[in-house]
Design a protein around this ligand. Structure first.
Ligand SMILES: *[C@@H]1O[C@H](CO)[C@@H](O)[C@H](O)[C@H]1NC(C)=O
Ligand SMILES: *[C@@H]1O[C@H](CO)[C@@H](O)[C@H](O)[C@H]1NC(C)=O
Ligand SMILES: *[C@@H]1O[C@H](CO)[C@@H](O)[C@H](O)[C@H]1NC(C)=O
Ligand SMILES: *[C@@H]1O[C@H](CO)[C@@H](O)[C@H](O)[C@H]1NC(C)=O
Ligand SMILES: *[C@@H]1O[C@H](CO)[C@@H](O)[C@H](O)[C@H]1NC(C)=O
Ligand SMILES: *[C@@H]1O[C@H](CO)[C@@H](O)[C@H](O)[C@H]1NC(C)=O
Length: 927
């Protein structure tokens, strides 16, 4: 019972230490992590409360972050796996930020409320994490136009609410997954309307099982992959289909005869495959607008009857499809026919297009056929372009216009037309349709299956233009006007238009507006009928007012370093650490060249620049070499990012630990000097003492008292073989707290450690905690100010959120780290393990067990985090409450501080080291 109370008190107390700002603390930690891993975050991201301070792009519902919309604002960096902490996030839109790279963290699967995941046109790579399949509320999944590799995760089949699946324009390989016994597959997505999987490297057959009559798919886009085998006849069961693109694959065999069961299909692309058998019978597909069956190996066939019966056709493209015979005049009668391309067939006889064809008819390209005559019955003033080159009719070097090969038509025009040409705009501003100079947001709108082919007529785009403008207005975006220009078709038969969106009120947009426009274009805008599905690829907007004064600059250069974290983000961290190390090295190199405090310093003389040391001395390289037996492997007792730690024996038999920086992680001379000066002034039984240093022959070494039992982390993980019962843990907590308190309150000037964590707490032979590693420590040069402003450094999982946000380091940052350390002591878990953040886990447990004396109600937030001296007092009183003597065996420790190492008996199995006054054995604590 005592232990249970003790445990409760501790947990409650720890919460007290780690509570942060008003925005939900986990959301805050996640946003901070994003902020720290990204460059070019909005300058409004200052302060410590994204919700309260209305950070741009962060949408909140009370204290919870529910949306992140940051498209097109030049963000760069990777996506931190800490994003998983955003448990209430519904929309994540980071589209059109080419600088966002690296993999998607698998932890993304923990954001269970996510319904819109929009990462269009970024630089993401790596595998699409299968954990995406656990986002049960997902409606929009748009990962198109990135560099994802690997297969389509079968788990996507579990997204039962998915409406939109867009994985196009990546480097995905493998087959299209369908469900098997225990594996899900895309066939399960019966609510999904859009499968956009084009422009990848998908292979294998299209599984017949993919399609069923239960599906409600309207767009099936599989173009430009490496799919093989037959088109499955089950395709004919998906009656809802409106767009079918299977072109540019290696599909073979004959087209299933029930294809014409798909009577709602408007756009059908089967071109550029290896299809054989009879020409598909499209009779009855009365909504067909656009048909492209070119470049297959169909059997020779007569001109099919459906040429004359499909009354909705705008475009009939059938190059090299083995059609023979004479074209009927009736086939030119569909009222919206625009384009007929029947190049390279065996069409013969006389061409007669009649006089009742549509006004829109623009091009009839029949080059390379067997046509012998052409009956001109065109209506007056009508200008259809007819191409009969490479036909018998043109064989005698005919000079008629229809015998020449047309130049690609020039379609450079604007909608609305440019009517401000006399208007001159300065620098890179552009005149808007309303004749105002401004910096527009630009990008390309790509229609993947338009129903028309005539680009020469700008009126086709007027409905698109109007709807775009109205959509921006109805979404309350500060848009003055819109222009569309230069429609072209690319090699994939996509229609591409340049879009410019002009700001109203000012001559430039702010980030909120840009991201709002991006969201409309990636998620909300439905183009008018006939344009089919579209995709916007925005350019990054570089004209924000805060960037106007100079070239874009890193706004957040804070970098997280860290090591002891779960596997999923290890890779990411290694990368960041690598970059960090590289920069540090560069910085150190530059610094040491410019400012070498040892430059004029002869060891053992007292000239200027000599480090001001108290009680620590200089060791020569030769000396240390001797003490460590030439840095032999036997004496190698540990290593870290900085280098190795060697055990050495002084001539008097005293043990020392030598921390030897490896090449590449050397500090600058000045930093090294600072560290040794700082270390030499610190003398406390709970702080590791510096004995000396070596700065010679390109080496940087620190010589410490030898702490026999290594790091707390090793003991917690069981690696050291030391059993840490509850009493021992409490004493360790107290020791570490006292060490920290000394640094904060008694050192002069005060020292902020900045990197409190279990690997920086060492245990001596009596398991006294000793704080070590001052590599990141900061002096409080102006203690009355209460903080120092500095680049954020520290270790993931221990970093104080407020310090993250403000870059203002206070002693409270150490208190936070200490709180996390206490949690680690209690749970023996890493602060971040398998994507779980210990602070959060404990909080959740606390919330569940409300009967815990309702302690959470009396806990104060953030600013009231106690100073270390109160922490020390609190732990002492907790110990006393549990009947322990917090000052037990304090006398014996001074001896070990002096380094005399008197008691060399093995103390670790000796329970009597600590005074148990009536407490139960610690192992019952969890009972
Ligand atoms: C279609 O749905 C029904 C009921 O929802 C189910 O019984 C049937 O197996 C499904 N058919 C296919 C082919 O998936
Ligand atoms: C045509 O589609 C309907 C509706 O899904 C289906 O019942 C029928 O079996 C299909 N016909 C063929 C020949 O596939
Ligand atoms: C094409 O399909 C229609 C309707 O299904 C059918 O009546 C016609 O006979 C078919 N034509 C050929 C050549 O198979
Ligand atoms: C056109 O080709 C068809 C099929 O090859 C043939 O039967 C017909 O006689 C040809 N017509 C002319 C005018 O050459
Ligand atoms: C240009 O066109 C827009 C709309 O089409 C119109 O509002 C504007 O007055 C025109 N400007 C000029 C200078 O003609
Ligand atoms: C961004 O611009 C809009 C409209 O011009 C304005 O209402 C909003 O306050 C601006 N946001 C910021 C953060 O400046």
């Amino acid at each position: 019972m005592v232990l249970r109370i003790l445990f409760s008190l501790l947990v409650a107390f720890i919460q007290f230490l780690v509570i942060a700002a008003w925005t939900n603390e986990y959301d805050l930690a996640a946003i901070q992590s994003l902020k720290n891993t990204w460059e070019h975050v909005p300058p409004s991201w200052v302060g410590d409360d994204p919700c309260e301070n209305r950070w741009e792009g962060i949408g909140c519902n009370n204290s919870r972050v529910v949306s992140i919309t940051l498209s097109g604002i030049n963000l760069s960096g990777q996506l931190s796996s800490d994003i998983e902490e955003l448990a209430e996030l519904q929309t994540l839109d980071l589209s059109y930020n080419k600088g966002l790279t690296g993999p998607l963290p698998p932890s993304i699967g923990n954001m269970k409320k996510l319904s819109n995941l929009l990462l269009v046109g970024c630089g993401f790579s790596g595998l699409i994490p299968p954990s995406i399949g656990s986002l049960q509320d997902l409606v929009f999944l748009s990962l198109n136009s990135n560099s994802f590799i690997g297969g389509i995760p079968p788990s996507i089949g579990l997204l039962s609410k998915l409406y939109w699946l867009d994985l196009a324009d990546n480097k995905l390989i493998g087959t299209i997954p369908v469900s098997k016994e225990n594996t899900p597959g895309l066939d399960m997505l019966v609510k999904t309307k859009h499968f956009h999987l084009g422009n990848n490297r998908l292979s294998g057959e299209i599984p017949p099982q993919l399609f069923s009559s239960n599906m409600t798919l309207i767009h099936l886009l599989l173009e430009n992959n490496s799919l093989t085998g037959n088109i499955p006849s089950t395709l004919g069961l998906v009656q809802t289909l409106e767009v079918v693109r299977l072109d540019k694959n290696s599909l073979s065999g004959s087209v299933p005869p029930n294809l014409n069961n798909l009577t709602y299909v408007q756009e059908l692309f089967l071109a550029n495959n290896k299809l054989t058998g009879p020409l598909p019978n499209l009779t009855g597909m009365t909504f067909l607008n656009y048909v492209d069956l070119s470049n297959n190996s169909f059997a020779v066939s007569d001109v099919p009857p459906w040429f004359s019966t499909l009354q909705s056709l705008t475009s009939l493209i059938m190059e090299d499809t083995q059609i023979q015979g004479q074209l009927p005049v009736s086939m030119f009668s569909p009222f919206q026919l625009q384009t007929v391309v029947l190049k390279k067939n065996k069409i013969n006889g006389t061409l007669n297009i009649g006089s009742s064809h549509s006004d829109q008819l623009q091009l009839i390209d029949l080059r390379n056929n067997l046509i012998e005559a052409f009956t001109v019955t065109q209506r007056a003033g009508y200008s259809v372009q007819i191409v009969l080159a490479d036909n018998p009719i043109c064989s005698e070097g005919g000079t008629e216009k229809y015998c020449s090969i047309p130049q690609p038509s020039n379609t450079s025009y604007s909608i609305p037309p440019e009517n401000c040409t006399t208007y001159r705009c300065s620098s890179d501003q552009i005149s808007s349709p309303t004749c105002k100079c401004a910096y527009p947001y630009t990008g390309a709108i790509v229609f993947r299956a338009p129903s028309f082919s005539n680009l020469g007529n700008s009126s086709i785009f007027e409905s698109l233009y109007e709807k775009l403008y109205l959509t921006f207005q109805s979404n309350n975006l500060p848009v003055d006007s819109v222009s569309l220009s230069n429609p072209t078709k690319n090699l994939d038969d996509y229609l591409i238009l340049n879009l410019r969106v002009f700001p109203s009120g000012q001559n430039r947009f702010n980030r909120t507006a840009i991201s709002g426009i991006g969201l409309v274009l990636s998620n909300r805008f439905e183009p008018p009928h006939g344009f089919g599905t579209f995709n916007f690829i925005g350019e990054s907007y570089g004209y924000f007012a805060d960037l106007a004064t100079g070239p874009s600059k890193s706004l957040s250069s804070a970098i997280i370093i860290g090591a002891a974290v779960g596997g999923s983000i290890l890779f990411l961290l290694l990368l960041i650490a690598g970059v960090y190390a590289f920069r540090q090295k560069r910085r150190a190199e530059v610094a040491s060249k410019k400012n070498d405090p040892f430059a004029s310093w002869e060891p053992n003389t007292n000239s200027g620049g000599v480090p001001q040391l108290k009680g620590a001395r200089f060791f020569s390289f030769e000396e240390l070499k001797k003490y460590t037996n030439n840095f032999s492997e036997v004496n190698d007792v540990g290593s870290g990012g900085y280098g190795k730690v060697y055990r050495g024996t002084l001539s008097n038999g005293k043990l020392i630990a030598i921390k030897r920086a490896q090449k590449g992680s050397m500090q600058g001379g000045l930093e090294f000097k600072t560290e040794i000066e700082l270390l030499s002034r610190v003398h406390h039984k709970n702080v590791v003492s510096l004995i000396g240093f070596c700065f010679e022959q390109g080496e940087q070494m620190l010589v410490y008292e030898y702490i026999a039992n290594g790091t707390l982390k090793d003991s917690l993980s069981g690696r050291s073989g030391i059993r840490l019962d509850w009493m021992r843990r409490l004493r360790i907590a107290l020791g570490a707290a006292r060490g920290l308190q000394y640094l904060h309150d008694l050192a002069n000037p005060p020292i902020i450690h900045r990197d409190i964590k279990s690997t920086n707490i060492l245990l001596d032979e009596r398991l006294n905690a000793k704080v070590t590693d001052f590599g990141l420590s900061k002096l409080m040069d102006e203690p009355e100010k209460g903080h120092v402003t500095t680049q954020v450094k520290g270790t993931m999982g221990y970093l104080d959120p407020e310090y993250y946000m403000t870059q203002q380091l206070t002693e409270k940052s150490d208190v936070y780290g200490f709180g996390v350390l206490l949690l680690e002591l209690l749970t023996a878990r890493k602060p971040i393990e398998k994507g779980k953040y210990i602070v959060r886990e404990v909080k959740l447990e606390m919330d569940k067990t409300k009967e815990m004396y309702n302690l959470q109600q009396i806990l104060d937030p953030g600013v009231n985090r106690p100073p270390m001296r109160e922490v020390v007092k609190e732990i002492e009183s907790i110990m006393e409450l549990a009947g322990l003597n917090p000052n037990a065996e304090s006398a014996s420790t001074s001896a070990s501080y002096e380094g005399e190492n008197k008691g060399s008996d093995n103390p670790y199995t000796n329970e009597s080291l600590f005074t148990y006054s009536g407490a139960h054995p610690p192992s019952s604590a969890d009972g």
